[in-house]
Design a protein around this ligand. Structure first.
Ligand code: NAD
Ligand code: LMR
Length: 327
């Protein structure tokens, strides 16, 4: 029998997790032969704990063959105990008119206690993926608490931006999304992010050549991807959930599965591509062993790309300054 993977998930009664948990239990994250145990954390408030019981009841009612156990708790040390993956979703979403950085002070402190608990009780091979916003800076706060687990184990998610960008390019070109490759997201999961279309291909040809509209790429494509989260909030009255859950499945699957494919993931910057060392910036990575990645080097950046990266890097270093007391 294959040993189960213990997956701790925070914010488990929230809207992202309502889409996420059944998909993990169905084998979409770790494979159709890999049993899982879900360790679900919610805040110690009766309403949230009751809702969590309801979520667990529904998971039971799916009779998923791979789901070996469900643990529901309000104690981070129970949720993260022996966890192989910790998916940190729980935190406040923004509402209409807010920027993700507005959440910094409120959400940042969640990641101090959770980072400490993970470092204390999670499995030696534990990997951490942060979704709660502002995710680049929250993951830095969590990683800063760790004395045992290396900072490289902590990542944050720009996969939703990668997926959004691929669809925008495909729709503009009038082709299937599977035709789009090599779109790299650089920087912060915020409107300053740089969806680098200069290396993207559509049907194997340079995207810029296929689209043949530089103004659209620079003035419409980039802000559409950067502000898509706000557009969803304006349309739904709630932040993205199904697409965020889907992106987290893609993010973890990418990190769990060694391959030559290039993925955009927020990792601790080593100074590559002009990012300040030590901030968590989205860069191109390749998975070399399950849970282990390298930053892909040698992607050429023209003057426009360098300028875009400088803008998003300024924001990341500014966010780090704002939370310096939490690091
Ligand atoms: P939600 O409000 O529906 O659910 C969040 C849940 O987290 C709530 O049930 C809440 O009780 C719980 N929670 C709050 N603090 C917690 C803590 N300390 N420990 C455990 N649970 C806690 O929100 P949602 O729509 O599921 O979004 C969650 C987060 O994900 C938000 O910060 C949102 O902005 C972010 N998000 C990020 C991306 C991305 O691409 N990185 C995409 C979508 C949403
Ligand atoms: C998104 O990109 O949809 C999320 O980060 C939610 C938000 O606040 O935009």
């Amino acid at each position: 029998m294959t040993a189960p993977i213990r997956v701790a998930v925070t914010g488990a009664a929230g809207q992202i997790c309502y889409s996420l948990l059944p998909r993990i239990a169905a084998g979409e994250m770790f494979g159709k032969d890999q049993p899982v145990i879900l360790q679900l954390l919610e805040i110690p408030v009766e309403k949230a704990q009751q809702a969590l019981v309801g979520v667990a009841m529904e998971l039971d009612d799916c009779a998923f063959p791979l789901l070996q156990d469900i643990i529901c708790t309000d104690d981070p040390k129970v949720a993260f105990k022996d966890a192989n993956w910790c998916l940190l979703v729980g935190s406040k979403p923004r509402g209409p008119g807010m920027e993700r950085a507005d959440l910094l002070k409120d959400n940042g402190k969640i990641f101090i206690g959770q980072g400490q608990a993970i470092d204390e009780v999670a499995a030696d091979d534990c990997r951490v993926a942060v979704v709660g916003n502002p995710c680049n800076t929250n993951v830095m706060i969590a990683a800063a608490q760790a004395k045992r687990l290396p900072a490289e184990r902590f990542t944050a998610m720009t996969r939703l931006d990668q997926n959004r960008g691929c669809t925008q390019l495909a729709q503009k070109a009038g082709v299937a999304v599977t035709e789009v490759e090599n779109l790299i997201i650089f920087g912060n999961h915020s409107p300053t992010m740089y969806p680098d279309f200069t290396h993207a291909t559509i049907g194997g040809k340079p995207a810029a050549e296929v689209i043949n509209d530089d103004a659209w790429l620079k003035e419409t494509f980039i802000p559409t991807v950067g502000k898509r989260g706000a557009a969803i909030i304006a349309a739904r009255g709630l932040s993205s959930a199904g697409s965020a859950a889907n992106a987290l499945i893609d993010h973890v699957k990418a990190l769990h599965t060694p391959s030559d494919t290039v993925h955009s993931i927020c990792v601790k910057s080593d100074g590559s591509y002009g990012f300040t060392a030590g901030v968590w910036a989205s860069v191109p990575v390749r998975t070399t062993a399950p849970g282990t990645y390298e930053i892909v080097q040698g992607v050429e950046l023209d003057e426009f790309s360098q300028g875009q990266i400088a803008i998003t890097n300024d924001e990341l270093t500014g966010e780090r300054e704002t939370v310096k007391d939490m690091l």
